[in-house]
Design a binder for this molecule. Structure first.
Ligand code: NCD
Length: 429
């Protein structure tokens, strides 16, 4: 196994390595990007090809969002994502799910509250989808300003079938309980009257008690300069908070490391699970490695996905760029060979999802490979929100971020290329 860690790690790398040793395998490892050709500007694609010839499995932690997907595209051996920037951390989620199941039995019907930095906390991004898949109710309690990114919420509501209820500021102030809830995702498995009585489900849920409070640290290393300068508040989870009625039975979970969002006075409390979560990283990762290498067979029948959405794909030589500057597609070393690749997740407004970092992007201009289904003689571009744009079939769509870019590729402005304010519909149309 090659463990390639280009971001700091204690638990993840050591538990992966320990898991491989315990399975009887061996490990080669890089934990300092400066000591590899990454520092010389080598691309992830080339690194993937090379490491594939030295190891049977690769475990990658990388600061760029989508890096693991990119490495998997070019590697000829399995690649495990051990954290890619603020995007995902799926193996931590396996440890979290294993802990919940071991301690409480059934994930279905559980209520889990997510606490802290839900914007950059990649462990929660992976956990959200897993909890939804297994039918848990999720309460979102972000530190103000660090709410779950829109692309994650969009994916949750469109692909996992439950309902999301967002609470207004005044509603939050009225919430009786130890902590205010920003939003709740109610699983479709749970009987509720969400649309009829907003807020009522939350009260019922809180009365029943929270099964686990999942705490995350502020991911300061990912903050923008504005976020660093702002006086963001990080409420502390301690005995006082945990004495709240709705938290009486709640497990306290944390992927660790903690900074100051989780008090040491919780450590001896039987509800605290964080050291167990970390310890379980070894057996969980042993199982994963064994499965990925094919030395163990999955004896459980494959369950059908919760909702299988087959989005049309945008895959062209040129066009729109991912809107997320932390995405792997933005990086100098990767730009030369990567083409725009997105899933078209919505037509109104036209929204693309990057296949690497999964961020949403709304292209500004579009054209058609069929020059508007044969209705115009020339290559024309129009605004993505114009009525003409909506006539283009997804498989014919060409999308641009700017008029300049469209013109660079030989497209002329169509009737609906100018801004909506000055748009005038030609009479003969
Ligand atoms: C987490 C990570 O790296 O995302 N740590 C871990 O792997 N257990 C959480 C964190 O750094 O806050």
């Amino acid at each position: 196994m090659a463990t390639i860690f280009f971001e700091p790690s204690t638990r993840t790398r050591l538990s992966f390595e320990s898991a491989m040793h315990r399975l009887g395998g061996s490990v080669i490892s890089v934990s300092d990007p400066k000591s590899t050709s990454f520092a010389k500007g080598e691309s992830i694609a080339d690194m993937a090809r090379i490491i594939s010839s030295y190891a049977d499995i690769i475990v990658l932690r990388h600061p760029w969002e989508g890096a693991a997907q990119l490495m998997a595209d070019y590697a000829t051996v399995p690649v495990i994502n051990a954290g890619d920037g603020g995007h995902q951390h799926p193996t931590q989620t396996l440890c979290d799910l294993y802990t919940l199941k071991k301690e409480r039995g059934e994930l279905k019907g559980m209520t889990i509250a997510l606490w802290g930095d839900l914007k950059y906390g990649r462990t929660t991004h992976s956990l959200i989808f897993a909890l939804a898949k297994f039918g848990a109710t999720i309460l979102f309690c972000p530190s103000p300003g660090l709410e779950v990114p829109d692309n994650i919420m969009h994916k949750l509501v469109t692909e996992y079938g439950g309902e999301l209820e967002k609470f207004s500021k005044s509603h939050k102030q009225n919430q009786k309980g130890a902590f205010p809830v920003d939003a709740a995702y109610i699983t479709p498995e749970q009987p509720h009257q969400l649309t009829m009585m907003p807020g009522i489900d939350l009260e019922v849920t809180m009365k029943a008690g929270v099964d686990a409070l999942y705490v995350t640290r502020p991911q300061r290393e990912r903050f923008t300069s504005e976020e660093k300068a702002a006086d963001l508040q990080f409420p502390i989870v301690d005995q006082k908070l945990m004495s709240g009625k709705e938290l009486q039975r709640a497990l306290v979970m944390h992927p660790l490391p903690r900074v100051d969002e989780l008090a040491y006075d919780m450590d001896a409390d039987p509800r605290s699970m964080y050291f167990k979560q970390a310890a379980r990283g070894v057996p969980v990762r042993m199982a994963l490695i064994a499965l990925a290498l094919g030395v163990k067979k999955n004896t459980k029948p494959d369950e059908a996905p919760v909702t299988k959405v087959d989005y049309p794909v945008y895959n062209r030589e040129y066009g729109v760029k991912c809107s997320n500057p932390r995405c792997v597609t933005w990086q100098e070393t990767e730009k030369n060979y990567l083409k725009p690749q997105f899933k078209i997740v919505s037509l109104k407004p036209l929204t693309f999802r990057c296949i690497y970092c999964e961020h949403g992007t709304e292209p500004k201009y579009v054209a058609s490979t069929e020059w508007h289904q044969g209705t115009t003689g020339e290559k024309r571009y129009n605004r993505a929100n114009s009525h003409l744009a909506k006539k283009i079939r997804p498989e014919n769509l060409i999308a641009f971020d700017s008029a300049e870019e469209a013109e660079k590729h030989g497209y002329l402005p169509g009737h609906y290329a100018q801004s909506q304010a000055v748009e005038e519909k030609p009479k003969n149309e």
